[in-house]
Design a protein around this ligand. Structure first.
Ligand code: SF4
Ligand code: SF4
Length: 433
């Protein structure tokens, strides 16, 4: 990989000095960092990464493979942000540092080709996602996946084969069939809300999206699913592709702001965190920054919204025990911890048992578990020890990405328990258990 020359570096997207200066290098964040806990290496801690960013931004060090490696290994889980007493906004820093790398370093051609295919060709394209989903559906439904998993072929494929274990089930028909529709409330209309279907979730979590609509309807919501919405850009931001993310953000703002909704909702914590930070993403765009602020003021995680209204109590009893894994981008990114727990406690018969370290990353982190599979699997194994300590019947979380990772964890290190989203638990309770 090419190395940048500090004298000719393009610093447009670099972390801002004012953000970097907040870090006083106290080290109080170290123990909350999954990669530091795992490796014990300062350069793989929040403090060490910030120090490297300072050196690069000041032109005292190159953007070299070592710098990229230490930043790539960061999960962007923002556990350090919660722990930091000095208010360091680490999420802003890592996102800027990755965009800075992207602006100054040319990755090998095959990496560039793959990134272009995924981030520009696949994620923002409804047609491409539907095709990919259908292809995977055939692979899974035809028995080919079972054959590949049983044959040892995947083992021989190394990390790629291990990542296959994390591949989601394609769910047909996809959620795209609801695009452009308005789903009426059950009973009296109390709210008019818009729902974002996500990108991959339309194909791989279609049933979760449908459950979300049903729960909202049961709570007096008229649910609009605007047709022109697109991918939120979260994965792009995490990969340093801020320019593409900005274009997606503008399309979502234009589409969603025209509807005069009481709230704009997502059931994906990873998406919600970026959607709530559109004003940061567009801070240098005078034509959009105010609109972005207005958009953000309406943006809510679905658990946050449901916990803020008078919840329909007409639920049947679910007599089992669950444990709740905080999604990093909900707990650390959005500071939403109580609402999902409130909702679970509102279900009759359900017992919530807290696991230790529920807000420590499970290793999912967008596509991290695919591109950094070894670290992701090591973190998952630790996470499952905490889960097993409370022996739940069901593992609950609030983000599709975490669900996939925990499903792998439940199979590999747990008791094969189901892994569900909070709204799926509510949907089950509303539909009679
Ligand atoms: S990020 Fe915060 S907690 Fe961590 S070293 Fe810097 S000031 Fe201290
Ligand atoms: S975002 Fe997570 S992995 Fe990255 S430095 Fe902070 S705590 Fe560590």
């Amino acid at each position: 990989m090419a190395v940048s020359d500090p004298k000719v570096v393009n610093n447009h997207e670099a972390p801002k000095q004012v953000d970097l200066d907040r870090c006083v290098h106290c080290g109080l964040c170290l123990n909350s960092c999954p990669t530091y806990r795992e490796l014990g290496v300062e350069m793989d801690s929040p403090r060490g990464r910030i120090y490297q960013m300072v050196q690069v931004t000041l032109g005292e060090a190159q953007i070299n493979p070592s710098y990229i490696e230490h930043l790539d290994l960061c999960l962007a889980c923002r556990g350090c942000e919660t722990a930091c007493p000095s208010g360091v906004q680490y999420g802003r820093l890592i996102e800027a540092a990755r965009a800075h790398i992207e602006d100054n370093v040319q990755r090998p051609w095959h990496v560039r080709a793959l990134r272009a295919l995924v981030f520009k060709g696949l994620l923002p394209s409804r047609a491409a996602l539907q095709m990919a989903g259908f292809g995977l559906y055939l692979y899974q439904a035809s028995g080919l996946q079972k054959l590949a998993r049983g044959s040892g072929l995947l083992k021989a494929m190394g990390p790629l084969g291990r990542a296959e274990r994390l591949s989601p089930n394609a769910e047909m028909p996809s959620f795209y069939r609801y695009y452009g529709k308005i789903m009426p409330p059950v009973g009296e209309k109390r709210y008019k809300v818009a729902m974002l279907g996500g990108c991959m979730a339309n194909v791989f979590f279609a049933r979760l999206n449908e459950a979300t609509v049903r729960v909202l309807q049961k709570n007096g919501c008229e649910v609009h699913i605007p047709d022109n919405q697109t991918c939120c850009g979260a994965l792009h931001v995490h990969a340093g592709l801020k320019r593409t993310a900005r274009e997606l953000a503008k399309q979502n703002i234009d589409t969603l702001l025209s509807g005069d909704y009481d709230a704009i909702l997502t059931n994906a914590a990873g998406c919600g965190s970026t959607l709530k930070e559109y004003h940061d993403l567009l801070e240098d765009d005078p034509a959009y920054v105010d609109k972005a602020h207005k958009f953000v003021s309406k943006m809510k995680d679905v658990t946050e919204f449901l916990a803020s209204i008078d919840l329909n109590p007409a639920m049947k009893s679910l007599p089992y025990t669950v444990t709740y894994q905080d999604s990093c981008h909900l707990a650390h990114g959005q500071k939403v911890r109580t609402p999902p727990r409130m909702l679970l406690k509102s279900v009759p018969g359900l017992t919530l048992k807290e696991m230790p370290m529920s807000d420590l990353c499970c290793g999912s982190a967008g596509i991290y578990n695919v591109v950094q599979n070894d670290m992701a699997m090591a973190l998952l194994e630790k996470k499952m020890r905490y889960v097993n300590a409370v022996n739940p019947d069901v593992i609950v979380t609030a983000n599709p990405g975490c669900m996939l990772q925990l499903r792998a964890g439940s199979t590999l290190h747990g008791k094969g328990q189901p892994v569900k989203h909070v709204v799926e638990i509510l949907d089950e309770a509303y539909s009679g258990g």
